[in-house]
Design a protein around this ligand. Structure first.
Ligand SMILES: [Zn+2]
Length: 111
C-alpha cells in the first residue's frame, strides 16, 4: 500500500529506534538511568511522530511506566516459566518496580 518513500521513512525510523535502544543499554551499563529514560522516550516519540509501531524486540525492553530502557542483570529482572507450549516471561523494571508480563506460544506444527 505505502509508497516507496513512506516505506523508506519507516525503515529509517526503525533503524533509529534500534540505535536509541543501544544507546540506552550503554547508558544503563554506565549507571546513567536518566539518559536511559530519555532514550526510551525518544523511541516512543519517533513511533508516534512517524506512525510506526515499535518492533516487539525493542518494545519488550522499554518500561511501560517510566520509559527506561531495561537491561536484564542491571536495571531489570527477567523470570520465565514454561507451561506446556507457553513460555511466560515477567520482566520487572528495577527502576520503578513495574512488572511486564509476556506470553510466548511456540507454534511449530511438529510439536
Ligand atoms: Zn520502570
Amino acid at each position: 500500500m505505502g509508497s516507496l518513500l513512506s516505506r523508506l521513512l519507516r525503515d529509517i525510523a526503525i533503524q533509529r529506534m534500534y540505535i536509541l535502544l543501544e544507546l540506552g543499554v550503554t547508558a544503563v551499563e554506565r549507571g546513567r538511568i536518566e539518559y536511559a529514560k530519555r532514550y526510551g522516550e525518544l523511541i516512543k516519540r519517533i513511533s508516534m511522530r512517524c506512525r510506526v509501531d515499535i518492533p516487539r524486540s525493542i518494545k519488550r525492553w522499554i518500561c511501560k511506566n517510566c520509559n527506561v530502557i531495561m537491561v536484564p542483570g542491571s536495571n531489570a529482572r527477567v523470570r520465565s516459566r514454561r507451561k506446556g507450549k507457553t513460555l511466560r516471561v515477567v520482566t520487572t523494571c528495577l527502576v520503578c518496580g513495574w512488572m511486564h508480563r509476556y506470553e510466548f506460544t511456540r507454534c511449530r506444527k511438529s510439536d
